[in-house]
Design a protein. Structure first.
Length: 352
């Protein structure tokens, strides 16, 4: 806690000036700027005395009047000390993206350090939503209008999302995130059967077609449209299912083979006496060579097995997206690629 109180006192040498530089597109009045500067000064004094809650509230009142990087930086440091990680990450991020020209490398490094500390305890969500102009609500709060250009910081756990636009069926769904995780959530609305959005009986402007969008609901994005199953074939979906089944079989086979190699390796190790069985100077050089070979084989087979399971998962997802839908039904698609400390994953959910 003391470390970040110290950060505030050092950072404000360059970040806090009576005439606070505008960095937000908003246009506060001169009175707002003067009042924000006064509140900012009071908040720094409270922060220096260790009155973190009062300092945070006072910084917040200044921030509500004038969104400037110096207020954001000090508010973030106070929130981090109070373990309010999501808010701290948002304000550190703002300060870094709108950094004042006079900020020194040391001050920038402190901002980056604070941001990384806050970031480890929360998750980052990037929302890729179509069509443009759709309103996005995350956990009941307004997240903006598509296209959303900035990532959203969220608490770990299940997050609820709603996307809506006149002429389209609203999408309501959820996804889960973990600490330190980054997810990209892609949502494509389907045109309402009675709506007038492009793909629902009107002509879309030139160049406005969505990826894979020929006006139908098929395609890799589940693009908006409602032409039923006319001209659609289930063959691509069946092909994707077949590829997924083959991938699953191959993946399981390779993993079983890897397990067998591991078992053979363990059998040979059991024949070698001593604790440092294959260490330097081992009397069982021949057996150790076999152990190393079996270990390499097991790793290779395991890698092939994971690749096969990945193909199976991709085939299942592709089959869902390519499956023909009956006319009159609406559908929404949520695709969630995720990158975390334990690896990557792909989650697809939707409704036919």
């Amino acid at each position: 806690m003391a470390r970040y109180t110290s950060f505030v006192l050092i950072a404000t040498v360059a970040l806090a000036a009576p005439s606070i530089t505008r960095a937000d597109p908003g246009t506060p009045t001169a009175a707002d700027i003067d009042r924000a500067a006064e509140l900012f000064k009071n908040a720094k004094a409270l922060h220096a005395k260790g009155k973190l809650v009062e300092a945070r509230d006072t910084y917040g009142r200044a921030w509500a009047l004038h969104r400037s990087p110096d207020i954001a930086a000090n508010l973030a440091a106070c929130e981090l000390a109070l373990n309010e990680l999501r808010s701290a990450a948002e304000h550190f991020d703002f300060a870094l993206r709108h950094m004042l020209a006079g900020t020194t490398p040391e001050q920038k490094a402190r901002l980056v350090e604070g941001f990384e500390k806050a970031r480890k305890g929360i998750a980052v969500v990037r929302l890729e939503v179509k069509p443009e102009g759709a309103a996005v609500l995350l956990d009941g709060s307004n997240a903006g209008t598509a296209p959303l250009t900035e990532a959203v910081f969220v608490e770990p756990g299940e997050r609820k999302v709603r996307v809506e636009k006149p002429g389209y069926e609203p999408y309501v769904g959820s996804f889960a995130v973990q600490k330190g995780e980054t997810k990209t959530v892609r949502i494509v609305l389907e045109a309402s059967a009675t709506g007038s959005a492009p793909g629902a009986g009107t002509t879309a402007p030139a160049g406005a077609a969505l990826p894979g969008g020929n006006g139908s609901k098929s395609g890799p994005t589940g693009a908006a449209g409602d032409t039923g199953t006319r001209g659609q074939s289930a063959v691509p979906a069946y092909a994707a299912i077949g590829a997924g089944v083959l991938g699953l079989g191959a993946g399981i086979g390779f993993l079983v083979a890897a397990s067998g190699k591991e078992s053979d390796k363990d059998d040979r190790l059991a024949r070698i006496p001593g604790k440092n069985q294959c260490g330097e100077g081992t009397p069982a050089a021949g057996l150790c060579a076999e152990v190393n070979s079996l270990d390499d084989d097991a790793k290779q087979f395991r890698t092939f097995g994971y690749i096969g399971l990945g193909v199976a998962a991709a085939g299942e997802a592709l089959a869902f997206l390519l499956w023909p839908r009956a006319s009159g039904k609406t559908a929404g698609t949520l695709v969630v690629p995720s990158i975390g400390s334990t690896g990557t994953s792909l989650h697809v959910q939707g409704r036919f």
